[in-house]
Design a binder for this molecule. Structure first.
Ligand SMILES: Cc1cc2nc3c(=O)[nH]c(=O)nc-3n(C[C@H](O)[C@H](O)[C@H](O)COP(=O)(O)O)c2cc1C
Length: 358
């Protein structure tokens, strides 16, 4: 059996070398109306926002990925340098390995060393919160002087891993205890399954501060595990569940109105960030595209952030949105499966196409 630190390296190698994405995030089925008369100077566009009490230059996070093995220190350093330079935020990967073995802490602490001002969130899985409660939550936050803690929900991945933690009982109670006792805001974060309205409501009711919807359509953790397993049955099941989950765009619609939302799962451009915000998220975030850049240099990561932010700005310009929150008032078109989903939910499409003449 592989230990936590080695498993993290397996994941990185597989994500760098193999095709691990699932095929539908929902963003394919949303389009903005073009505003041919935006009545706006492109250079007046303001992408700054405030999130959980901290200012960001753009509504963008690099989603939690790594740390926990000495070889991941450089990846986290490059991500964090670029995040600091660009005034955006990032999550570190699960800190479980360093909580179990403090010699691994440097792969996480490097982030705060090179990004003293950026929004950085800590990360720990619900199985570890169930076993160690507030103690692990506090230590994870202290380790990197985090602005928030993300508790990740990943039963979709745990259930296919031979070494997975599959006892999900009392999960909500454990989250409540952390929310009641932790000094920084708590984000609950899915990792590919997407969060439904019912779960969002339960999370709000126990005091969670924000949700990362972590929907389907990007990195598939079942997919990653398919590459790791030699067991034929696990492989067959893995292929069947590869695309499991609520697509990211649908999950934003599910959770809107309950709590501030981070959209993750298959966002591959600034246009996807803009669509996420128009649908109801505060922030767009991506993991996989940044992994390969971070193995090269901080400059590569910075260039990729610029790609996302410029695309967002273009979408803002062409929809006449001077501020990020103006994207919420844009008219949207829905197609295919997304349109079907909204109809099944009984959601009035005009909700997304009001206010603004274009
Ligand atoms: C290499 C890699 C490692 C990851 N490790 C973690 C982790 O430790 N904790 C976590 O909450 N999410 C982790 N994730 C999930 C991401 O934060 C994100 O939810 C998911 O990859 C979907 O976003 P994407 O489609 O942009 O990759 C990881 C993702 C990648 C690609």
């Amino acid at each position: 059996m592989r230990n936590t630190a080695n498993r993290k390296l397996d994941h990185i190698r597989i994500c760098l070398e193999e095709e691990v994405e699932s095929d539908y995030s929902g963003f394919e089925d949303v389009k903005f109306f073009n505003n041919s008369l935006p009545e706006l100077d492109f250079y007046d566009i303001h992408t700054g926002i405030e999130f959980l009490g901290k200012k960001l230059n753009a509504p963008f996070f690099i989603a939690s990925m790594t740390g926990g093995h000495p070889e991941t220190t450089e990846i986290n350093r490059n991500l964090a340098i670029a995040v600091e330079e660009n005034g955006v935020g990032m999550g570190v990967g699960s800190q479980r390995a360093a909580l179990e073995d403090e010699r691994l802490e440097e792969s996480f602490t490097v982030v705060r060393e090179v990004a003293p001002k950026a929004f950085i969130y800590a990360n720990i899985g619900i199985p570890q919160i169930l076993q160690h409660g507030i103690e692990y939550a506090e230590r994870a936050v202290e380790m990197i002087d985090a602005d928030a803690l993300a508790i990740h929900l990943n039963f979709l991945q745990e259930v296919i891993q031979p070494e997975g933690d599959v006892n999900a009982r009392n999960g909500l109670k454990a989250i409540r205890e952390v929310c009641e006792n932790l000094k920084v805001p708590v984000i609950v974060k899915e990792t590919g399954g997407g969060i439904s309205a019912l779960v969002a409501e339960r999370l709000r009711d126990v005091g969670v501060d924000a949700i990362d919807v972590g929907g389907a359509g990007g990195t598939s953790w079942i997919g990653v595990e398919v590459y790791r397993t030699d067991d034929e049955i696990s492989k067959r099941i893995g292929y069947e569940f590869w695309d499991w989950g609520l697509p990211t765009a649908f999950s934003i619609v599910e959770c809107r109105g309950y709590l501030p939302l981070i959209a993750t799962g298959g966002l591959r451009s600034g246009l996807d960030v803009a669509k996420s915000i128009a649908l109801g998220a505060e922030i767009g975030s991506a993991a996989l595209p940044f992994l390969s850049a971070a193995t090269k240099s901080a400059e590569e990561v910075s260039r990729l952030i610029e790609f996302f932010v410029r695309g967002l700005k273009m979408a803002m310009f062409l929809t006449g949105s001077r501020k990020v929150k103006d994207l919420r008032r844009c008219r949207l078109m829905f197609f295919g499966k997304f349109k079907d989903y909204l109809e099944i939910k009984g959601i009035d499409l005009r909700k997304f196409s009001n206010n603004r003449e274009v």
